[in-house]
Design a protein around this ligand. Structure first.
Ligand SMILES: Nc1ncnc2c1ncn2[C@@H]1O[C@H](COP(=O)(O)OP(=O)(O)O)[C@@H](O)[C@H]1O
Ligand SMILES: [Mg+2]
Length: 436
């Protein structure tokens, strides 16, 4: 029944696209110009991912088995498959309305976008409230083996593995090209390369008995944890659990009361924050904390202040290649960036320190829905490059989905640990953090 989770996760992507398109429709109606690159990217994403991958798999294997196992399924599945056919026609209609839209003549496009989003949402709602529960009830174990085998190709909670590279890139283009109000608002999609991951390495970070307090209140009560080189480790827990305190203690800006931190074979418990940064512990802080009056480029340079000067131009270009919007706006004050752009800047700034261990504190917090996934895509791209990452997130599902391992933190104590997949399937975690 892994398929049910994959389908639901893909629905979330479509839902985010729909929310973004609805907002774009409102902006078009209010007189914003049509951006051809953005619409081409959206149409291509819908055609390739929604129509040709997601719908096709349902039509080819999930729906026929539902018909076979339950007489009741017939009318419901008929209606859903009709939606799939209509969606293809609707895409053609949107493309036509887009081709004919000119300045001041965007009403047909606005209408077509709104209709599409309304139908898409209603279709998702029907699948999730009726079809998927019916499948869960009526299909047999052997059916699920067959269906899961087909959907396993998508066996990646954020994006299908087979399809991963292509669809991730398509989604990335949509987000990059989307207007600033809903996406990054860059003029080019940029590159989000995903080279081969590094193989599992030795222990890079080891923490024992770590305590930290605010006055008399102990925020961390003796943490023990280990991170291997090349691992992405999620640190999940409710607001106030101690995630930020932990990351700040690692980077040395928060004093520790007891315990030890070993990094790259060295006991750094007494090493100052700037010296830890020199050694490669770089943090993207909660709430981004970019320096508003400074230019974007100067913010990035700040991230490299512990590094040799001669490598800065090359590293700037690497960050710009990943986040083209930052290059475009490099001379502007960072305060003029949208929330999503500031998050990219905060991550870019941390990358300028050439991290051996990258600490990301709630990178998805407070972002537009379309961007939440994009931030996780960025983390995935870094992970694929072999970066070692600690990802602190309240958004537990997405964080655990892409992490190799996770730790659950509750009021300053680690209460559970395991592989990302184990934790996602853990009843306790599902009840407490995933709302299931
Ligand atoms: N500057 C501070 N002064 C006093 N208490 C704090 C401060 N920052 C955090 N705390 C407390 O420490 C605990 C852990 O907070 P925090 O590390 O921010 O958790 P999280 O990042 O998981 O939301 C909470 O009880 C919080 O109220
Ligand atoms: Mg926090």
């Amino acid at each position: 029944m892994e398929t049910l989770r994959i389908i639901t996760e893909e629905h979330r992507s479509f839902w985010r696209i729909a929310i973004a398109l609805e907002q774009v429709a409102d902006e078009l109606e209010a007189g914003s110009p049509v951006d051809p690159a953005f619409f081409q990217a959206v149409f291509e994403y819908i055609e390739k991912f929604a129509d040709h991958a997601h719908h096709r798999k349902e039509d080819d294997c999930l729906f026929p088995l539902m018909r076979l196992r339950s007489a009741e399924a017939g009318p419901l599945v008929d209606a859903l498959q009709e939606d799939h056919r209509q969606a293809i026609l609707h895409l053609a209609a949107m493309r036509q309305a887009f081709a004919q839209a000119t300045a001041g003549q965007q009403a047909a496009l606005v209408q077509s976008l709104r209709d599409y989003c309304r139908k898409l949402k209603s279709h998702i709602h029907t699948e999730e409230s009726k079809a998927l529960p019916m499948a869960r009830k009526t299909l047999l174990a052997e059916d699920w083996r067959e269906i899961d085998a087909r959907f396993q190709e998508n066996n990646d909670p954020l994006f299908g593995k087979e399809a991963q590279a292509e669809f991730q890139e398509l989604y990335h283009r949509v987000v990059s090209l989307a207007p600033e109000s809903v996406g990054l608002g860059a003029h080019s999609g940029g590159v989000l390369q995903t080279p081969m991951p590094a193989s599992g390495g030795d222990v890079l970070l080891k923490v024992t008995g770590l305590e930290s307090s605010y006055g008399r209140i102990k925020a961390l009560k003796g943490l023990n944890l280990e991170i291997r080189r090349g691992e992405t480790v999620a640190l999940v827990g409710a607001n106030g659990a101690g995630k930020t305190t932990f990351l700040r203690t690692l980077s040395g800006v928060q004093p520790m009361g007891a315990g030890h931190i070993w990094f790259d074979g060295e006991d750094i418990s007494r090493v100052r924050a700037d010296q830890r940064m020199c050694r490669g512990i770089c943090q993207s802080p909660e709430g981004r904390q970019v320096f508003g009056p400074l230019t974007i480029e100067d913010n990035l340079r700040l991230g490299a202040y512990t590094q040799p000067k001669q490598q800065v131009p090359e590293d700037l270009e690497k960050v710009y290649a990943m986040f083209p919007i930052l290059k475009e706006k490099r001379k502007l004050p960072a305060g003029t960036l949208s929330g999503g752009q500031q998050q990219m800047l905060a991550i870019g700034r941390a990358l300028m320190g050439r991290p051996k261990l990258l600490l990301l504190d709630e990178p998805s917090m407070g972002l537009a829905p379309l961007l939440v996934q994009e931030v996780f895509n960025v983390v995935k791209a870094l992970k694929a490059q072999g970066m070692t990452i600690i990802l602190a997130e309240q958004n537990a599902f997405a964080a655990l989905a892409l992490a190799d391992r996770g730790y659950v933190l509750e009021t300053g104590e680690i209460t559970l640990t395991g592989s990302g997949q184990d934790l996602i399937h853990n009843e306790q975690v599902r009840a407490a953090y995933l709302g299931m």
